[in-house]
Design a protein around this ligand. Sequence first.
Ligand code: LLP
Length: 455
Amino acid sequence: MELHRSIQITSDGELEIAGCRATRLARDFGTPLHAFDEEMMRTKCREIRTSLMRHYPKVFVAYASKAFCSLAMCRLIHEESLGLDVCSGGELFTALEAGIPTENILFHGNSKTSQEIEMGVRVGVGRFVIDNLDELDLLSDISRKFRRRTHVEIRLNPGVEAHTHDYIKTGLIDSKFGLGITDGQAMKAVERVLASDYLVLEGIHSHIGSQILNVEPYVLAAQVVMDFVGDVKEKYGYSLREVNLGGGFGVRYKATDTPISLDEYSRRISQVIRESCHVQRLDLPCVVVEPGRYIVGEAGTTLYTVCAIKDIPGIRKYIMVDGGMSENPRVTLYQAEYEAILANRALEEPAETVSIAGKHCEEGDMLVIDGKMPQIQPGDLLAIPTTGAYHYSMASNYNRYPRPAVIFVKAGLADIVVERESYANLVARDRIPRRLAQAGAKEIRPHLPAAGNPG
Ligand code: LLP
């Protein structure tokens, strides 16, 4: 396969990630292991900002931390002068612990609890992105209670088809996200924010979906947003200072995937906004974007050790590895497709078609279906690229597997950024009610047949 920028092959045929041999990483940190190429993430942060700024004067880029959130990741984002989009109290807490200035934080979520809203208001997050009218009223009340002026964006539902997997489309009318335009809810929200003494209306937000590989839906959505901004100006004489066009930029999972050109995106978006402003006599707003996957997706690679191989002649050869749907649920959830590399013999030619199966107790727990691979043996090391986004952040402990370690790799150096979970971690929050803690024997105990002659 064609390799990603962060992955190289050494002359003796070993996969190398940002200057570290995969076999060394596996030996030092164990598998499964998520390895992130730090320099690649930094490059992506700079690419997106410079690309937008080449075409448009006022830009703010906020990393969507749901893609991968940890203290080190938040630090990296801050060092690269990006803001942070959080969508839960947990992500907000992580951002605060990492020392992200609160004015650089945007708080999202379609079902924010009153505790989360209170937390965001008290620390003074830069923007609340209001998703529905009930949230708006609660936010207004809580802001009044704490005598805080809260700066908000209103999330529109632009009604745009994003050509991605159904589960990650968010801009359709029948969606739990955002306020509709045609049913008047979005304008009602504007009216209520403008009437509130404690809410300050800064902008309009839209996010149409994720893993988008085509610029057109963005252009349509930007037009819808700008028309709405014009309507607000006309109706209330109020000039919105920012338009947030969300995230969603697709990345390359397989060699055949073709992400959109950032330059084209920036040029087309800039064109729509400039023209709208000209026609509707508006001042140029600041453009906010919230990429998640784009920044971390391709920078992440997961390493697995092959545990066993099962060949069903004429049917399928299963390569079973030491991870699976608990750290990559995307195959099961979205039928996502990945390619794997034999990391310890990366120069070997593909020899057969195999499927890579996870170790969970689910038939659907697969990582690669029908991939071309060299001859693989138990003990081999496999690498699956483009696992930086929505892998660790969606990981679970299904089957009580501890979550893997996460490392950042840079110029031959590897550092832990999230420790591997231990078995002790798994039971650390378990509690045994007193009535179950007593050791008293029951009269009848289940038992397996005694060892010996089955008779
Ligand atoms: N902004 C908002 C309001 C969002 O809801 C999202 C993602 C983003 C930004 C960032 O989108 P990105 O640039 O990462 O595509 N678990 C799914 C993806 C869910 C995306 C949710 N929202 C997956 O693994 O494909």
